[in-house]
Design a binder for this molecule. Structure first.
Ligand code: AFP
Length: 357
């Protein structure tokens, strides 16, 4: 039973054979996996360890921090800072990049992560996760913030942990997307789903519809058509899901297809976008594309976006290829005006008072 099982480390060694950074990347992934096991153990304790509830403090983005947000961040840092692969880290929970302390050896890699994604679920015992991304710094010098601002196409590895009924680690090293399940008896992450492939078509959409009044027209158009189902232009009924944890939504899409949207437009006018580019959108976009799906803002491939700020936010539409292509088309039709009936300037509403009077 055990002989034919592939562990995360064995899989990474095989996938990275011949890569100049094979040793460092395999070691770094094993440290990330150790941190994930520790976080899994903490999450599974629920209220028993006093780790639930909020701290009343705010993170880099002004969001109230849950105790487990901060503790999970500390676990990621303490597991990964000392083994000599990293020269810096960045996290949703840290305003500025974390420099590796002087007493530790430094490597050439950067680790970027959301230590606890979906933390609004933690107090109600619903799915949460950890998202991570590995970039190359080019040297082992302490990185400036600008060193982290690399397009998603530069990622060497991307992955997430899902703390569900089973703890799962989903990973891409640029050669497909693969899923490992934690065997709590041995403590190993065991390969259980090799080369996940997302169905091109879907009938399941995920979006927070309480934001509907803020959406741009192409998103509103698509969601309306999903809700019209078989009697509408899509000609088939859709189902809807919303788990309030991007990790859980993406995992469902990797397992059975679907489209996840957190588009531009929300209740906080100061923050029209919600999801962070470097440690949410980019790693998830790489995992989705490596599984045959697409990930876009509606107007631009996520992985092509040149980051401008460490905690930059972007609109995210990702999942089954055919559906994401449809939403992209709706954005193009809106932006070029062809989704609206042509009205001759002669008949357009006009006013005697121009804007600048
Ligand atoms: P938190 O980690 O602050 O709970 O945010 C999770 C998240 O960034 C993403 O994982 C969810 O898809 C999305 O926010 C949920 O947003 P709503 O709370 O607006 O539904």
């Amino acid at each position: 039973m055990l002989s034919g099982r592939t562990t995360l480390t064995k899989f990474a060694v095989e996938q990275l054979r011949g890569h100049p950074g094979q040793h460092d990347l395999v070691t770094l992934l094993s440290k990330v996996a150790s941190a994930i096991k520790t976080i899994a153990a903490m999450v599974s304790k629920g209220a028993l360890d006093g780790n639930l509830g909020s701290l009343g403090t705010e993170n880099a983005l002004g969001e109230i921090q849950k105790k487990l947000d901060v503790v999970s961040n500390e676990v990621m840092v303490s597991n990964c800072e000392w083994s000599g692969q990293l020269c810096g880290m960045a996290s949703e929970e840290m305003v500025s990049p974390y420099a590796i302390p002087q007493q530790y050896p430094k490597g050439e890699y950067l680790l970027v992560f959301d230590p606890l994604d979906g933390s609004s679920n933690i107090d109600i015992n619903m799915s949460v996760g950890t998202i991570f991304s590995i970039l190359h710094n080019g040297s082992n010098e302490t990185p400036a913030e600008s060193n982290f601002l690399q397009a998603g196409t530069q990622q060497l590895a991307a992955g997430y942990a899902l703390y569900g009924p089973a703890t799962m680690l989903v990973l891409t090293l640029g050669q497909g997307t693969h899923c490992f399940t934690l065997d709590r008896d041995s403590g190993n992450f065991v390969l259980t789903h090799r080369n996940l492939k997302i169905p091109a078509q879907t009938s399941e959409f995920a979006i927070n519809t309480s934001n509907a009044r803020f959406w741009e027209p192409p998103v509103a158009r698509y969601v309306k058509e999903c809700k019209e189902g078989a009697s509408g232009p899509l000609g088939r009924d859709f189902n809807m899901r919303w788990i309030a944890s991007m990790v859980a939504e993406v995992h469902r899409i990797l397992m059975r297809g679907g489209i996840f949207m957190y588009p531009r437009g929300g209740k906080d006018a100061a923050q029209p976008d919600r999801l962070r580019l470097l440690y949410e959108a980019n790693p998830m976009a790489m995992l989705i594309e490596q599984a045959g799906g697409m990930a876009t803002t509606g107007r631009q491939r996520i992985l092509d976006i040149p980051p401008e700020q460490l905690h930059q936010r972007v609109p995210v539409i990702l999942g089954s290829r055919d559906e994401v292509k449809r939403v992209i088309r709706y954005h193009t039709e809106h932006d070029t005006g062809i989704d609206r009936p042509f009205v001759s300037p002669l008949f357009q509403e006009r006013s005697l008072f121009t804007q600048d009077c």
